[in-house]
Ligand binder design. Structure first.
Ligand code: KIV
Length: 272
C-alpha cells in the first residue's frame, strides 16, 4: 500500500533535518481529535499539526483568532493520546505569545506540560524573534510560520497570496534566515509564490514545509478536513481533494435516517 512506512520509530526534529539532507519529502497534516489523529498517524504521517485552524474547522469561527489556550491544549491532548509515530506540533493561539517573551514562554511551557506535544508553531518573523528564542532556550522545539499568517488576517484584510512584491519577499527571506539562526527546527510557508518558496527552501538548512507554496518545498501540509473533502465551501487553487467525504457521509447519514424512520434499524441481530 502506498501509505505504509517502513520506519516505525517516533519522528523527531533531528529525523526531519536528516530527511531534508537526504532529499526525502516530509508529509504533514492537521488533526484536532483522537479518532482522526489515530488514522492520520497509522497512515504514516511524519508530522501532525494541531493547528489553530481548529477554530474554523472544529468550532465554525470565521478566523483562527478566537481559539483559546485551553482549547488548543484540549485538542493537542487528544491528538497526542492517539499518536505513536508522528511528531505532534501544536499551534500557539493568537494572543498567547505576542505580548512579550516572558508571557510567550509561560504559555509555551503550559502547552508542553499539559498536552505532552512535541513542539510548537508560532506565526511571524523578526517581530517575535525574542519570544521564539526564549521558548527555544526553555528546551521547546519551535516551527516558524511565514507568508500568509492567518492570525494577522485583520492586518492583511485578505487571504490572498503573500509576498508577491519584492519588499515583502525580501522581508520573508530575512525572517526565514532569522528563524533558522535562532534555532527553529522547521518553517511553514503559506500561500506565497512557488519561486520564492523554492529560494527559501534552497537557502535554509532546516526543512521548509509548504501550503500553497509549490512543489519545491521539503514537505507539504494541508488541513485534514479540506483534503478529505468534508468541507465544500473552501476551494483554493493549492488544495487537492483526496476524497469526497462530504458526499460519503451525507449518503451514509441519510441511509441511517431512512432506516430509523422505516423501522429497518435495528434488526433482530442488532439487539440484545
Ligand atoms: O492552523 C493550521 O492549520 C495551519 C496550517 C494551515 C499550516 O497553520
Amino acid at each position: 500500500m502506498a501509505y505504509l512506512v517502513e520506519d516505525k520509530r517516533k519522528v523527531t526534529t533531528h529525523r526531519l533535518f536528516q530527511m531534508k539532507q537526504e532529499g526525502k519529502k516530509i508529509a504533514m497534516l492537521t488533526a484536532y481529535d483522537y479518532t482522526t489523529a489515530k488514522i492520520v498517524d497509522s497512515a504514516g504521517m511524519d508530522i501532525i499539526l494541531v493547528g489553530d485552524s481548529a477554530s474554523n474547522v472544529m468550532a465554525g469561527n470565521m478566523t483562527t483568532l478566537p481559539i483559546t489556550l485551553d482549547q488548543m491544549i484540549y485538542h493537542a491532548k487528544a491528538v497526542v493520546r492517539a499518536t505513536q509515530r508522528a511528531l505532534v506540533v501544536c499551534d500557539m493561539p493568537f494572543g498567547t505569545y505576542q505580548v512579550n517573551p516572558t508571557e510567550g514562554v509561560t504559555n509555551a511551557i503550559r502547552i508542553m506540560k499539559e498536552s505532552h506535544c512535541d513542539a510548537l508553531k508560532l506565526e511571524g518573523g523578526v517581530e517575535i524573534i525574542d519570544t521564539v528564542k526564549k521558548i527555544l532556550d526553555a528546551g521547546i522545539p519551535v516551527c516558524g510560520h511565514l507568508g500568509l499568517t492567518p492570525q494577522s488576517i485583520n492586518k492583511f484584510g485578505t487571504y490572498t497570496v503573500r509576498a508577491r512584491e519584492e519588499a515583502e519577499a525580501e522581508k520573508l527571506v530575512s525572517d526565514a534566515h532569522a528563524l533558522e539562526e535562532v534555532g527553529c527546527f522547521a518553517i511553514v510557508l503559506e500561500k506565497i509564490p512557488a519561486t520564492l518558496a523554492t529560494r527559501v527552501t534552497k537557502e535554509l538548512k532546516i526543512p521548509v514545509i509548504g501550503i500553497g507554496a509549490g512543489g519545491a518545498c521539503d514537505g507539504q501540509v494541508l488541513v485534514v478536513a479540506d483534503m478529505l473533502g468534508m468541507s465544500t465551501d473552501f476551494s483554493p487553487k493549492f488544495l487537492r481533494r483526496y476524497a469526497d467525504l462530504n458526499t460519503i457521509m451525507t449518503e451514509a447519514i441519510g441511509n441511517y435516517i431512512t432506516d430509523v424512520k422505516s423501522g429497518d434499524f435495528p434488526n433482530e441481530n442488532e439487539q440484545y
